[in-house]
Design a binder for this molecule. Structure first.
Ligand code: SAM
Length: 203
């Protein structure tokens, strides 16, 4: 939490790279094109930051629940998306959340699991499974092996650069893999093919 408190509630604070404008635009187009149809769905967005994706979800879904534990990020998201009346904001640690079973059609996590430890990701995986409706889907994207710009030394105390296999091992339990890939903007700009994403369906 301390790590994120020190980051600005801006695009740079979310992308943490000097080329944030170009990367943000390219990655959003890429990632949004990998998602299932979301019209009329109930969406849970975990680690929503300042709402780079919340805006898109609010446009098409029935309702979005956006969660982040940094108040200034939640405030920025609320302000940036004030034109929508179908978003609920929760300022909370994702590990402390409690929703009714079968509450959501789609759960989205962009760069969240890499900030949680092994015990937490297993617990969150189980909770996500319980919160999803039958045939509901979860999409997550993580930096694997190295930081986003591909440099192995790009390391801080809190980020866990797991292998893609580790994430797949985790979600192969209780979910069916529907789609996977890597964010092309990072491969094109930095030669880094390890910005992995997955779309899993509740089994
Ligand atoms: C790299 S940013 C990504 C934000 C957003 N998903 C995006 O792509 O723009 C990671 C976000 O996860 C949030 N976060 C990290 N750990 C969290 C936790 N345990 N509970 C809630 N939010 C968390 C941070 O506050 C931050 O907003």
């Amino acid at each position: 939490m301390e790590f994120w408190e020190q980051k600005p509630a801006t695009l740079f604070g979310m992308v943490l790279n000097d080329e944030f404008v170009a990367l943000d635009q390219a990655e959003r187009v890429d990632i949004l094109s990998q998602l299932p149809p979301l019209e009329g769905t109930d969406i849970l967005e975990l680690g929503s930051g300042i709402g780079r994706y919340t805006f898109h979800f609010a446009q098409v879904s029935s309702h979005v629940t956006a969660v982040d534990f940094i108040e200034k990020f939640v405030d920025e998201n609320r302000q940036a998306n004030s034109q929508f009346n179908n978003i609920s904001y929760h300022c909370s640690d994702v590990m402390k959340l409690d929703f009714e079973p079968d509450s959501f059609d789609f759960i989205f996590m962009n760069w969240l699991l890499m900030y949680l430890d092994e015990e937490e990701i297993a617990l969150l995986r189980d909770k996500v499974r319980g919160w999803l409706r039958a045939e509901g889907m979860v999409f997550f994207r993580e930096s694997c092996f190295v930081g986003a710009s591909g440099r192995a030394f790009e390391s801080d105390e809190i980020t866990r650069y797991r292998s893609d296999a580790q994430y797949m091992q985790l979600f192969d339990d209780g979910f069916t893999l529907r789609h996977r890939g890597n964010v092309k903007a990072y491969e094109q700009r930095f030669g880094n093919p390890h910005q992995h994403y997955w779309l899993y369906q509740r089994a």
